[in-house]
Design a protein around this ligand. Structure first.
Ligand code: ADP
Ligand code: 3S4
Length: 322
């Protein structure tokens, strides 16, 4: 960084779906076809974050992600920065708006974290920016960005005017529970494989109705602070979602992942636990804190990485000289 450079740096946490999202009405603006819900997470005793710095300089443009230069593409943060560039240049009398982001200890849900950390920087620089229009602009990078923008347990509602996320439980309410991620050693498929295919199914209108209905249920569970109920709902949603995703020809749950899920179903008969599978190569097993070790030991296998996660909060400004 040159000594005259002005900058702001923010971090945001990655996310896991609770009522899973499948189907976008407009692939460029990534507008969801139904409401959804999720939590922000961090690895226990570590900081799972996207760390993003926006700097203002008079020298040249620099855009990097995980140390590599990035190009303009449909989901690129460059397109998002361009939406705010003129206002930033006028307000801060600068020539160039630069972007640098690094992901740290993220298993999945990185795009939400990346979009939210960038959003937090822009909000800092342009505090009058309306949060609703900000959330909808950030969707270019990630359709479920609201989960990371608000942290804890969130619901994202979709209307004709756009999408709006609200937090329905703060992360502290999840203090008695741990999420163990079992990461399988294969590459994940892009989430767009799900989004493009699921909406072609004849069952899809019913899925849209069910997902929206589940959000009403979830709100009631959150009001009662029924954390187990919330993760039971997530467990059932994983089953409904993946049976449709598979009918649409997209296999996310491999036979090895399914085998582990069957074992969770067996354990659940005696000790409470549940699972979630989003679009990646993780099976997330939720347990009470005191049962986490026993259950992980029962599920442990070769080549499957085990990581302990907890629910996390909203983005933070970590440093700035502006
Ligand atoms: P995930 O489950 O990790 O979100 P996706 O395939 O949905 O997986 O999204 C990955 C994409 O998100 C990356 O290819 C990149 O375009 C974008 N992304 C990830 N991290 C960041 C970041 N820190 N800043 C900006 N964009 C990011
Ligand atoms: C496939 O925007 P992810 C999905 O709702 C899309 O979590 C989220 O998750 C499902 O694995 C979901 O791409 O984060």
């Amino acid at each position: 960084m040159d000594s005259s450079e002005r900058y702001v740096e923010a971090t945001a946490h990655p996310t896991i779906g609770i009522v899973l999202l499948g189907g976008l009405s407009d692939p460029n603006n990534r507008i969801p076809l139904h409401g959804s819900s999720g939590i922000a997470y961090t690895i226990k005793n570590k900081e799972s974050v996207a760390r993003t710095r926006i700097s203002l300089s008079d020298k040249k443009h620099v855009y990097t992600f995980n140390g590599k230069e990035i190009e303009e593409s449909s989901r690129s943060p460059i397109a998002l920065i361009q939406k705010y560039e003129e206002r930033l240049k006028t307000k801060y009398r600068t020539e160039y708006v630069n972007f640098k982001s690094e992901n740290q200890d993220i298993l999945s849900g990185s795009s939400d974290a990346g979009a939210a950390a960038l959003g937090k920087c822009i909000q800092y620089l342009l505090p009058d920016e309306d949060p609703f229009s900000m959330e909808n602009n950030l969707r270019i990078i990630s359709e479920s960005v609201g989960r990371s923008l608000y942290g804890g347990l969130t619901v994202t509602d979709v209307s004709n005017h756009g999408t709006r996320t609200r937090q329905i439980l703060n992360p502290e309410e999840f203090g008695g529970y741990e999420i163990t991620a079992f990461t399988f050693p294969h590459e994940r498929r892009p989430s767009d494989d799900i989004h493009f295919n699921i909406k072609k199914l004849p069952e899809y209108p019913n899925r849209v109705k069910n997902a929206n209905y589940k959000l009403i249920e979830l709100q009631k569970l959150a009001e009662k602070k029924d954390i187990r109920g919330i993760f039971e709902l997530a467990h059932n949603d994983t089953e409904e979602y993946h049976s449709l995703v598979e009918k649409a020809g997209v296999i996310i749950i491999t036979p090895e992942m399914r085998q582990l899920m069957k074992e969770v179903d067996r354990i659940r008969k005696n000790i409470w636990c549940s699972y979630i599978v989003t679009g990646g190569n993780n099976v997330f097993v939720v347990t009470r804190n005191e049962d986490s070790e026993t259950i992980s030991d029962k599920l442990r296998r070769r080549d499957v990485r085990i990581t302990k996660l907890i629910v996390a909060g909203h983005p933070k400004i970590t440093s700035s000289n502006i």
